[in-house]
Structures are given as C-alpha cells and as structure tokens.
Design a protein. Structure first.
Length: 83
C-alpha cells in the first residue's frame, strides 16, 4: 500500500466519523468501523474481517486472513470514499 491509499483510508476514516453511527468501539458507516486513540496518532478501520491500522507518519499495519478479504476491504474503502 502506498501513501495514496493511506490518504484514501484517512478520508474514509473521517467520513465514518462524520456520517457514521456510534457503537461501543467507535463509529460505524456501511459496515465499516472507525476507531482511534485519544491523541489521533493511531487510527483503525475494520470491516470485521480485515483491519487497517494507520500510525504516526503514515506507517500502517494491515491484518487480513487472505487476499480475497483484503481486496474486499479495499473495494469497501473505495465505495465509502465515493459517498
């Protein structure tokens, strides 16, 4: 994943915060959950199968069980980004 995708993920994170519904572990929009640390240096976006954590200086960690779930996650990010 490059910085362009990280920027897209951060846009999606912000959209989820602005348009989503509150849940116990963050905000949810269209099945995608966004949460973060109080300081804002670590943010997480998850669809329940794949989780993307973005850290300071756009470092990231992607946790997916397989490539299909990863691709579905990125497709879902694109969908929300277009909202």
């Amino acid at each position: 994943m490059d910085k362009i995708v990280v920027r897209q993920a951060l846009r999606v994170f912000q959209k989820i915060l602005e348009r989503g519904e509150p849940v116990t572990n963050g905000m949810v929009l269209d099945g995608m959950t966004a949460s973060g640390d109080a300081d804002g240096y670590n943010v997480r976006i998850s669809d329940g199968k794949t989780t993307l954590q973005i850290m300071f200086h756009n470092a990231f960690k992607l946790d997916a069980r397989n490539r299909l779930e990863q691709e579905a996650f990125f497709d879902h990010l694109e969908k929300i980004d277009r909202l």
